[in-house]
Design a protein around this ligand. Structure first.
Ligand code: NAD
Length: 416
């Protein structure tokens, strides 16, 4: 059965609404998105033919500030997925107490099948199509799966050319040379590291002696694997879209990152001690910390019972379904939920946006200090609510996030 991420997102709202006794009118309101745009993107391919792609931009809630959320290029992108991702961005920004709302965008395309010129044309046409929906005080996109700093640079340029002036604040995750922020690229991984360290302290676990499994080896998965490897943890398995590799003695993450950064797949890495494993085998390995850092709906009812770790650290958005969440909770597995755990990215994106608007740039030391402060403040709030109410960390995180949104709706009132 194909799982619909937006149905998962709505179920999560129901769960938290029951737990906190949320006004039913607000509950219904939060299950809706504010607005969505579907665009057609015709692209002239290098061979002269024309291919047509579909793109989306969704704003779930701008009640606390302009929309914020990444842009994903993937053949699996669809409107409901983008709606779910936009909804999760609302909770994430609220939980971290950033003055931003939730948004997301995507194009249904396999970018690996495009040349660099085709990718640039696709990006620029998509940016033109959504131009009226984005802007520094409207909605600020950022990188997500299969998008990066170069793609953000093309969006910034397309927007700026249309406005007749440089507008760096229209996107975050840009190259530093055109208004990007130091520390943005590894920020999501850094945030994951801070909250994992904080949870280990609560659970009396020694971080350096943990055995780790990571699904996804891109920006998020690669960074957290690297940080934990450097700290001395044993990284037993990692995977990318080509499959997973495993070694009971631990993998050499530095070498694997060099390999994948040259555009290679993990499955093609040759080492006699490394064994190829499937996605299902990877997720169900016996380990201390499992880090899903690829896509949504990975830990589901069918495999939740077989998950064997102490902690699930959600690098990806929505990797665990609501049913699976219950199973993990009953098994005593601690899940550090996406809206908390992977919030480091949007946090430093917010710093980038502030720096662009003020045209004044911070040092890396300041970025990392402020990031840590925000991540740990959110972690402590979530942990306290989960203990007080004897609920899982996800529901606790949602209660804090939804309470802030509900208060903002009450204060602003319903227009007209
Ligand atoms: P990325 O494109 O840099 O990397 C994605 C990785 O996942 C790649 O290694 C890819 O090969 C792998 N992958 C794709 N499909 C897979 C599959 N079916 N099975 C196993 N691996 C697969 O993307 P990213 O920026 O690292 O994003 C990963 C996740 O983290 C997404 O859910 C994204 O929404 C979330 N996230 C990203 C950021 C950020 O700052 N980039 C912030 C918060 C959350």
């Amino acid at each position: 059965m194909e799982l619909n991420a937006f149905e998962v997102a709505k179920k999560q709202i129901d769960i938290v609404a029951e737990e906190m006794g949320l006004d039913p009118n607000v509950r219904e309101y939060l299950k809706r998105i504010e607005r969505a745009l579907i665009v057609t993107i015709p692209i002239q391919m290098d061979d002269g033919s024309i291919q047509i792609f579909e793109g989306y931009r969704v704003q779930h809630s701008t009640v606390r500030g302009p929309g914020k959320g990444g842009i994903r290029f993937s053949p699996e992108v669809n409107l409901d997925e983008v709606k779910a991702l936009a909804t999760w961005m609302t909770w994430k920004c609220s939980l971290l107490n950033l003055p931003l709302g939730g948004a997301k965008g995507g194009v249904c395309v396999d970018p690996r099948k495009l040349s660099n010129r085709e990718l640039e044309r696709l990006t620029r046409r998509y940016a033109s199509e959504i131009i009226n929906m984005i802007g520094p005080d409207i909605d600020i996109p950022a990188p997500d799966v299969n998008t990066n700093a170069q793609i953000m640079a093309w969006i910034m340029d397309t927007y700026s050319m249309n406005k007749g002036r440089a507008v760096p604040g229209v996107v975050t995750g840009k190259p530093i040379e055109i208004g990007g922020s130091v520390g943005r690229e590894p920020a999501t991984g850094m945030g994951l590291y801070y909250v994992l360290e904080a949870l280990c302290e609560k659970l009396n676990l020694d971080l350096e002696s943990l055995n780790i499994v990571v699904q996804g080896f891109g920006n998020v998965g690669g960074t957290i694997a690297d940080l934990l490897y450097t700290e001395g943890c044993k990284i037993m398995a990692v995977s990318d879209i080509s499959g997973g590799i495993y070694s009971s003695n631990g993998l050499d993450i530095t070498k694997l990152l060099e390999w994948t950064k040259q555009g290679n797949y993990l499955k093609d890495y040759k080492d006699k001690d490394y064994k190829l494993i499937s996605n299902d085998e990877l997720l169900t390995l016996d380990c201390d910390v499992l880090i899903p850092a690829a896509l949504e709906n990975q830990i589901i009812q069918e495999n939740a019972d077989r998950i064997r770790c102490k902690i699930v650290l959600e690098g990806a958005n929505g990797p665990v379904t609501t049913e699976a969440d219950k199973t993990l909770f009953n098994k005593g597995i601690h899940v550090l939920p996406d809206i908390l755990a992977n919030g480091g990215g949007v946090c430093v994106s917010y710093f980038e946006y502030v720096q662009d608007i003020r045209a004044y740039f911070w040092e890396l030391d300041r970025i990392n200090k402020e990031l840590k402060k925000i991540m740990l403040r959110a972690f402590e709030e979530v942990y306290a609510v989960s203990k007080e109410r004897n609920i899982n960390l996800r529901t606790a995180a949602y209660i804090i996030a939804v309470t802030r949104i509900a208060k903002a709706i009450e204060l602003r009132g319903i227009f007209p």
